[in-house]
Design a protein around this ligand. Structure first.
Ligand code: C2O
Ligand code: CU
Length: 460
């Protein structure tokens, strides 16, 4: 039997949220303090049907995965305490923040060893759906469950009837509850190694009660290390309102939307009018569709319609100046090198992939030189070329960019932090290099990242 809970229970359960208009005064006081995340093994095992109790890593005992809530334009901080017997850090994925808060070991901060702590502070310039995860030994640590949602609320409440966050991921488990190895080298050299049990918020197809006839905001976070989701809503009208945290300029009805590891999709959903009706959000996969979550209409109908979906205000991301934008190339390919990378933050022991012919040397005290240096404030038109037969979600830290065009398809002009690059695709993106520092750029299929498909750009 699946538990069912409302947003209110979820938020209370998270216990980590920062001030938000809908929150009672007592919780606001709590939010004034800096939330603390303790990376640790959870005392309670994860119970998944079909698997024996499973040991997980968590940031908060008994709460998986914790939701951090910040507000656009307001200073925000959280503290990470490491109680794991190995180094870790936290990367706030998609947030445009100061370089020293980016959480990349060696490049932007020292790795935190057991009992070390660090306070991450920044003022999020953008509202939307983001997430956070370790950036050290991440294939294993995320594989064990370390990750959480980071929601940045708009300065003004957009007025949905409910707001649900789904952190989607697969677990690589045997039926005895033990973990399968997190990767198979054969698969790492291809599309990646898939999990065996699919979950959202650490449950299979969880059920949420939502207002009948309401307009509900659903925030989907692809926190899996491998799976590219194909999201659809066959039973309810759904509108794409934001991608990777950034509102889309013209919301469109959802048919099927693919999001790769690290990406987010915000939907406005029109809930069935009739109380008790349950409808599914699904993802298509090679082995057929599976339910990501189930929504059940609850109470008298609010009689709202999908066409009442509010337009979210655009985030303040600069567009390139096409006249001065400098063209640059980034090529994603298999690697000619075979040497395994360094292991401080976890290596899978192979080198399969490269960016501009260079395979990442791993997280070392002496990282490679940046693959390119961008001039602060200057516009770039970056051509991403995929020389492989696999899809790669190419993620850039610290700056957002706009998708411009592709040789393979019509692409919407999304503002994003991740370009989902199809096999043999050649895609142009536009970037204003407006954030100084060393910014990682990597494939978010973590086995690809860990076996060479990672690099960094310097902005100065
Ligand atoms: Cu989710 Cu290096 O990022
Ligand atoms: Cu990849």
């Amino acid at each position: 039997m699946s538990p069912s809970f409302s947003r209110r229970t979820l938020l209370k359960g998270a216990g980590l949220m920062a001030a938000s208009a809908a929150v009672p005064a007592s919780l606001k006081a709590l939010a004034a303090t800096t939330p603390e995340l303790t990376a640790q093994f959870d005392k309670n095992n994860l119970m998944l049907p079909g698997a024996a109790p499973t040991r997980v890593m968590t940031y908060e005992q008994g709460h998986m995965p914790p939701i951090l809530r910040a507000r656009q334009g307001k200073p925000f901080s959280f503290r990470l305490v490491n109680r794991l017997p190995e180094p870790t850090t936290i990367h706030s994925h998609g947030i445009r923040l100061p370089n020293e808060m980016d959480g990349v070991p060696f490049l932007t901060q020292a790795a935190l060893y057991e009992d070390d702590s660090f306070t991450y502070s920044f003022t999020p310039p953008d509202a939307g759906t983001f997430w956070y995860h370790p950036h050290c030994n991440s294939l294993e640590q995320i594989g064990y469950g370390l990750a959480g949602a980071l929601i940045v609320d708009e300065a003004k409440d957009p007025g949905f009837d409910d707001d649900i966050t789904l952190v989607m991921r697969d677990w690589r488990l045997r039926s005895d509850g033990n973990y399968l190895p997190f990767y198979k080298a054969r698969s790492s050299a291809r599309a990646g190694t898939f999990g065996t049990i699919r979950t959202s918020n650490w449950q299979q197809a969880p059920l949420y009660d939502v207002p009948s006839g309401g307009l509900v905001r659903l925030r989907l976070i692809a926190a899996d290390v491998t799976r590219i989701y194909s999201i659809a809503s066959p039973q309810m009208k759904a509108m794409i309102i934001a991608v990777d945290g950034n509102p889309v300029s013209s919301p469109s009805l959802l048919e099927t939307m693919r999001i790769g590891p690290g990406q987010r999709l915000d939907l406005a959903i029109q809930i069935p009018q009739e109380e008790g009706t349950t409808a599914k959000i699904i993802s298509h996969s090679g082995s057929g569709a599976f339910a990501v979550a189930r929504l059940r209409a609850n109470g008298a109908s609010l009689k709202r319609h999908i066409r009442d979906t509010p337009q979210l205000p655009a985030n303040p991301v600069q567009d390139i100046d096409p006249k001065t934008a400098e063209p640059v190339l980034m090529e994603f390919s298999a690697s000619a090198e075979k040497a395994p990378a360094n292991i401080i933050c976890g290596s899978i022991g192979y080198t399969f992939w490269a960016i501009n012919q260079a395979a990442w040397r791993g997280s070392t005290a002496n990282p490679t030189e940046p693959m390119m240096t961008f001039k602060l404030g200057k516009s770039y038109r970056i051509t991403l070329i995929n020389r492989t037969p696999h899809t790669h979600p190419v993620h850039l830290h610290g700056m957002s960019f706009r998708l411009l065009n592709s040789n393979k398809r019509q692409i919407p002009n999304y503002v994003t932090d991740t370009a989902l690059l199809l096999p043999d695709e050649r895609m142009d993106i536009g970037l204003v290099a407006d954030n100084p520092g060393d910014w990682l750029l990597h494939c978010h299929i973590l086995e690809h990242q860990k076996s060479g498909m990672s690099s960094f750009v310097r902005v100065e």
